[in-house]
Write a protein that binds this ligand. Structure first.
Ligand code: GAR
Length: 220
């Protein structure tokens, strides 16, 4: 049997999306969540990693000699990462890393890109902007990472309604439930070769996955 596809995660926060990946792949011999790099000490994701028995590291601030870019590259390479997943990662990915892992880095964003994304648009700020704009539909997006925040080619999206009495917190909770479904599904699609990023930056689904159960609106 061939080696497992090795999945590394970058995160800054509580790590519920990291947890969704761990839960999804825990029993799969063909996929392995090999480690998580947190962008700061004390991030909740580090405790989740400890409990799950997954390796973890904390990236040094950009000002450190050698810098975060070298650290990220070295750590991801050491873990022999095949796929890198930004799961609530609030920093810009260094260009060299984007190039080294081109077509193999995914990000999840809690809105329907290209709206409500970009620098400074993370967490509650996204949902506040959604409510202020008065849109009736928001959602979650998984996209390939390029050199800019939240801009790379979109792999999949799922809509979520915005209700009249919603707060940023209630929208966040509704969107997060969807994130936990589509992120593992998108990672599995990339790992299995069902989707890939082509040279012209188009996202090509090579099988019928997109229309199958993976992205349909049912539980489980
Ligand atoms: C998630 O909602 C994720 O989409 C968002 O941060 C949250 C992290 O939650 N990411 C961004 O806003 C990136 N622009 P988690 O730590 O519980 O997975």
């Amino acid at each position: 049997m061939s080696d497992a596809v090795r999945i590394a995660v970058l995160a800054s926060g509580g790590g519920s999306n990291f947890q969704a990946l761990v839960d999804r792949f825990r029993r799969s011999p063909e996929r392995e969540v090999v480690g998580v790099i947190a962008s700061r000490e004390g991030a909740g994701v580090l405790e989740r990693a400890r409990r799950a028995g997954v390796a973890s590291a904390v990236s040094p601030p950009a000002s450190t000699s050698g810098g975060a870019a070298t650290f990220l590259r070295r750590t991801l390479d050491e873990w022999r990462s095949d796929i890198v997943v930004l799961a609530g990662y609030m920093k810009l990915v260094p260009e060299a890393l984007v190039r080294a892992y081109w077509g193999r880095i995914l990000n999840i964003h809690p809105a329907l890109l290209p709206e409500f994304g970009g620098r400074g648009m993370y967490g509650a700020r996204v949902h506040r902007a959604v409510i202020e704009a008065g849109v009736r539909i928001t959602g979650a997006t998984v996209h390939f990472v390029d050199e800019a925040y939240d801009r790379g080619p979109i792999l999949c999206q799922w809509p979520v309604p915005v209700l009249a009495d919603d707060t940023p917190e209630s929208v966040a909770a509704r969107v997060l439930t969807v994130e936990h479904r589509i992120l593992p599904a998108a990672v599995e699609a990339l790992a299995s070769g069902a989707v890939r990023l082509e040279a012209d930056r188009r996202v090509r689904w090579v099988r019928e996955w997109f229309e199958t159960e993976t992205f349909t609106n049912r539980e489980g």
